[in-house]
Design a protein around this ligand. Structure first.
Ligand code: LMR
Length: 345
């Protein structure tokens, strides 16, 4: 018997919003599958553009039988609400940063470890391999399904107090973070405090000085004009920001196989496109940030990045002591040992 959640999803799916019970097996060829895709970034960001491309591909290939409604910029739900809204069946697709999934599945904290990845290829090895599959299993136990991992890029630091060039410069500063215990540890390990805020609260919090700074990708700093509120930026590449494209498991499995295949194929193509696009946007918008008057940028050298990695070392230790998952534990031990040997040098 289908659960209440599935019924609610199907009602939204078939009618937009009308509260009429539908037997999905009896639905005729004229009915439309409606998928509401809610996200929090601007339309011109990697996630925003990928959501639009997914919509175009799906609507064209399905001959209009599937409609994808995209709601960017937290217009429908903020990142504090979107996971619950997905579970309730009010939306069918979201793409939260991995950090925002970590309160639900703590193993996702892995992606937040500072200087874990050297480049995007390292990320895809993890995301598209057994660890990605393991995370999907954990999400499925909670009623979600991970359909893809999308990219944004590496995070940089901005703040309003003074340039951050060495680990000591973090002392006594406060930063906005996403809801992730690893991110809280990361800042704690270098003497800063942190405050969890939703993405749509960030600009105002910086403008009004509730926190001194934040960490984000070039694309988010640029598209949300965070540079208008910040005097200093450090090109540190210290952490990774990517997205789990999520749906509700029961909803997805109730879609007729032919339509589901079309959607999954579109996601494969959009994911490949999105990952390349994210790299291009990151380079292009970094150049644009460099040209902004009043934003002072300091770029860390490779040697400095290594010093920072060591300064954040307690974060690894903490994460390794917390995680119970065998696959993730094995992976972390490897990285951890790599960290130890570089620390001992
Ligand atoms: C943030 O909250 O800073 C980011 O996760 C926003 C996003 O979705 O890229």
């Amino acid at each position: 018997m289908k659960s209440m959640t599935v019924w609610l999803s199907l009602i939204v799916l078939l009618l937009g919003c009308s509260p009429r019970a539908i037997d999905y097996d009896q639905v005729g060829a004229h009915d439309k599958l409606i998928i509401r895709f809610s996200h929090v970034t601007g339309e011109e960001t990697p996630k925003g553009l990928a959501a639009k491309r997914f919509k175009e591909i799906v609507e064209t290939r399905s001959d209009g039988k599937i409609e994808v409604q995209v709601f960017p910029n937290s217009t429908l739900f903020s990142d504090k609400e979107e996971l619950k809204a997905l579970k309730r069946g009010e939306i069918q697709l979201i793409a939260p940063a991995t950090s925002k999934v970590s309160p639900l599945v703590p193993e996702a904290l892995l992606f937040d470890l500072p200087y874990l990845f050297h480049n995007q290829d390292d990320v895809w090895k993890i995301a598209d391999g057994p660890i990605g599959e393991e995370l999907n299993q954990l999400l499925e136990k909670q009623g979600y399904k991970m359909l893809a991992v999308w990219d944004n890029g590496f995070k940089q630091l901005t703040n309003n107090r003074h340039p951050i060039e060495r680990p000591e410069d973090f002392k006594d500063l406060s930063f906005r973070i996403m809801p992730s215990k690893v991110l809280a540890k990361q800042f704690e390990s270098v003497g800063s405090t942190s405050m969890v805020l939703a993405f749509d609260e960030l600009y105002t919090a910086l403008e009004q000085g509730h926190v001194d700074g934040e960490e984000n990708t070039v694309s988010n700093i640029y598209s949300k004009k965070l540079y208008l509120t910040q005097k200093y930026m450090t090109k540190s590449d210290h952490g990774y920001l990517g997205y789990f494209v999520l749906t509700q498991k029961e909803f997805w499995e109730a879609i007729p196989p032919e339509q589901r295949e079309l959607l999954e194929q579109a996601l494969v193509e959009v994911t490949e496109w999105e990952r390349n696009l994210a790299l291009d946007i990151d380079i292009k918008e970094y150049e644009a940030l460099k040209a902004i008057q009043g934003l002072e940028i300091y770029e860390l050298s490779e040697e400095e990045k290594q010093q920072w990695r060591e300064a954040f070392y307690l974060t690894y230790e903490w994460f390794a002591s917390q995680t119970q998952d065998e696959i993730i534990k094995g992976f972390i031990t490897e990285i951890f040992e790599e960290g130890t040997s570089s620390k001992d040098k």
